[in-house]
Design a protein around this ligand. Structure first.
Ligand code: SF4
Length: 86
Protein backbone atom coordinates (compact mmCIF):
# COMPACT_ATOMS: atom_id res chain seq x y z
CA UNK A 1 0.00 0.00 0.00
CA UNK A 2 1.56 3.20 -1.07
CA UNK A 3 -0.49 6.12 0.09
CA UNK A 4 0.56 9.73 -0.23
CA UNK A 5 -1.68 12.76 -0.02
CA UNK A 6 -4.72 10.48 0.11
CA UNK A 7 -3.80 8.63 -3.08
CA UNK A 8 -3.30 4.85 -2.88
CA UNK A 9 -1.01 3.38 -5.53
CA UNK A 10 -0.49 -0.19 -4.40
CA UNK A 11 -0.92 -2.86 -1.72
CA UNK A 12 1.68 -3.44 0.98
CA UNK A 13 2.90 -7.02 0.87
CA UNK A 14 4.77 -7.60 4.10
CA UNK A 15 5.39 -11.00 5.68
CA UNK A 16 1.81 -11.18 7.03
CA UNK A 17 0.10 -10.22 3.79
CA UNK A 18 2.34 -12.61 1.88
CA UNK A 19 1.66 -15.58 4.16
CA UNK A 20 -2.09 -15.04 4.52
CA UNK A 21 -2.57 -14.43 0.79
CA UNK A 22 -0.83 -17.70 0.00
CA UNK A 23 -2.79 -19.65 2.60
CA UNK A 24 -6.08 -18.23 1.36
CA UNK A 25 -5.20 -19.14 -2.20
CA UNK A 26 -5.21 -15.54 -3.40
CA UNK A 27 -1.81 -16.03 -4.98
CA UNK A 28 0.65 -18.77 -5.81
CA UNK A 29 3.55 -16.36 -6.03
CA UNK A 30 6.35 -15.92 -3.51
CA UNK A 31 7.78 -12.54 -4.49
CA UNK A 32 6.04 -9.52 -2.92
CA UNK A 33 5.79 -7.64 -6.21
CA UNK A 34 4.07 -10.61 -7.88
CA UNK A 35 1.73 -11.12 -4.94
CA UNK A 36 0.85 -7.43 -5.05
CA UNK A 37 -0.09 -7.72 -8.73
CA UNK A 38 -2.43 -10.64 -7.98
CA UNK A 39 -4.07 -8.78 -5.11
CA UNK A 40 -4.47 -5.56 -7.08
CA UNK A 41 -6.12 -7.50 -9.89
CA UNK A 42 -8.53 -9.16 -7.46
CA UNK A 43 -9.65 -6.06 -5.57
CA UNK A 44 -11.13 -2.70 -6.53
CA UNK A 45 -8.65 0.10 -5.91
CA UNK A 46 -10.72 1.65 -3.15
CA UNK A 47 -10.30 -1.57 -1.10
CA UNK A 48 -6.50 -1.80 -1.36
CA UNK A 49 -5.71 0.18 1.76
CA UNK A 50 -8.28 -1.42 4.12
CA UNK A 51 -7.43 -4.85 2.71
CA UNK A 52 -3.75 -4.39 3.55
CA UNK A 53 -4.54 -3.32 7.08
CA UNK A 54 -6.97 -6.21 7.62
CA UNK A 55 -4.50 -8.76 6.26
CA UNK A 56 -1.70 -7.46 8.46
CA UNK A 57 -3.89 -7.64 11.56
CA UNK A 58 -5.26 -11.06 10.56
CA UNK A 59 -1.73 -12.37 10.06
CA UNK A 60 -0.50 -10.86 13.30
CA UNK A 61 -3.30 -12.11 15.56
CA UNK A 62 -5.08 -15.05 13.87
CA UNK A 63 -3.23 -16.52 10.90
CA UNK A 64 0.09 -16.48 12.63
CA UNK A 65 3.18 -18.00 11.05
CA UNK A 66 3.72 -21.03 13.28
CA UNK A 67 0.37 -21.70 14.90
CA UNK A 68 -2.55 -20.23 12.94
CA UNK A 69 -5.76 -20.16 14.97
CA UNK A 70 -7.93 -21.87 12.35
CA UNK A 71 -10.57 -22.93 14.88
CA UNK A 72 -11.27 -19.29 15.71
CA UNK A 73 -10.76 -17.92 12.18
CA UNK A 74 -13.83 -16.46 10.46
CA UNK A 75 -12.40 -17.63 7.12
CA UNK A 76 -11.93 -21.29 8.01
CA UNK A 77 -14.87 -22.43 5.84
CA UNK A 78 -13.45 -20.94 2.69
CA UNK A 79 -9.73 -21.19 3.35
CA UNK A 80 -7.96 -23.99 1.43
CA UNK A 81 -5.29 -24.12 4.14
CA UNK A 82 -7.61 -24.38 7.13
CA UNK A 83 -6.40 -26.84 9.75
CA UNK A 84 -3.37 -27.87 7.70
CA UNK A 85 -1.02 -26.49 10.32
CA UNK A 86 -2.49 -28.15 13.40
S1 SF4 B 1 -8.34 -20.81 8.30
FE1 SF4 B 1 -6.31 -20.96 9.27
S2 SF4 B 1 -4.83 -20.90 7.57
FE2 SF4 B 1 -6.81 -20.12 6.78
S3 SF4 B 1 -6.72 -17.89 7.02
FE3 SF4 B 1 -7.71 -18.72 8.86
S4 SF4 B 1 -6.05 -19.00 10.35
FE4 SF4 B 1 -5.12 -18.78 8.32
Amino acid sequence: MLTSFGVTEGIVVDTHVSRVSQRLGLTEHKKPEDIEKDLMAALPKNRWEPFSLMMIRHGRYVCTARHPKCVACVLNRICPSAFKFT
